[in-house]
Design a binder for this molecule. Sequence first.
Ligand code: NDP
Length: 398
Amino acid sequence: MGKVLIIGAGGVGTVVAHKIAQNPDVFTEIVLASRTQSKCDAIADAIGGNRIVTDRVDADKVEDLVSLFKKHKPDIVVNVALPYQDLTIMDACLHCGVNYLDTANYEPLDEAKYEYKWQWAYRERFEQAGLTAILGCGFDPGVSGVYTAYAAKHYFKEMQYLDIVDCNAGNHGMAFATNFNPEINIREVTQKGKYYENGKWIETEPHEIHRPLTYPNIGPKESYLIYHEELESLVKNYPTIKRARFWMTFGQEYLTHLRVIQNIGMARIDPIMYNGVEIVPIQFLKAVLPNPGDLGKNYTGETSIGCRIRGIGKDGKELTYYVYNNCSHHAAYLETGAQGVSYTTGVPAMIGAMMFLTGKWKKPGVYNVEEFDPDPFMEQLNKQGLPWHEVFNGDIEL
Ligand code: NDP
């Protein structure tokens, strides 16, 4: 049906490549390119069958990307490199007439902002070029938006309260490690908290608001209110929402390490001089922390991510609705060699590309996932390893 180019060969790229290779009817040709080609080769070897062509690219350079796109002529690029590369890859897509999908919004290197404004500014150019760009198609952002769209389509006349709840009850056995790219992860969780209420954004100190929430099959876990990028598009696309928040669980040990890292300046994202060389402390830290892609082997436990929504149902009565997925780290590892956080991101990225190539999510412009029909995506989640469950009118604690 179509040719896909995956950019990025980290934990998420590993899962995307495995899942794409499992769906040969849709993905007839696969190219995997990254900064370090040997990592692409290792993934292609692990998958086997000579199905994946590998290449090298510096995705910070539009001209490098343009020659890669001209060489391979993909129908869609799945960007699972880092958020810094989103705009260069979108520029190259426009230049070569290639469709686009990513899992994280653009971030300037020197500012942790988490705003869609830079990518939304491409809307007209993608429209005019007749190209589709699908933004934020991992789990959160990604499935969180699809769950919300599904709830709006099938159950709610008016959604009023949205809480996205993200629990990782896994144990990788390390004193401190991040579950995805350490630089991006630490930037995200050390920023101030922010949530939406009655038309306004309310800022909090980092990790100021927290409470125990109960997760299915896991039990109560302390959950912290943090800002997460999908809140921006969801409150825009569902204006009846009065309050939208995002909660993530962190262990005490993780938070203590994080506090020390911040206090000693290792989370800084501005360059400093060290022995006559300019380094960015958080990038140096990444180099000494465990590689998230290597955590899978001894990872036990599971993740549980979902949306808890309250409002007025289609029948005019009060409704609470909870939709979620639990994912086992070990099962993810046995299938793809990567842990559950990479798995829950990579599977939806593959499904998004599948939605595009099968014509179900194809419309010129730049869109967040909730702007497409959620039904075919939800159907694939059940088939591709991330089954979901629903609870109606249960106690959702929030
Ligand atoms: P990793 O750090 O494991 O992998 C990133 C990959 O991108 C590496 O292969 C890296 O190459 C490559 N890369 C980095 N810079 C460039 C460049 N300039 N040119 C080409 N390749 C480059 O990250 P993850 O796999 O953990 O995460 C990938 C993405 O997924 C991130 O954007 C992250 O924010 C997002 N994510 C989204 C989630 C969601 O639910 N929506 C959840 C988790 C992650 P090299 O190996 O040479 O460094």
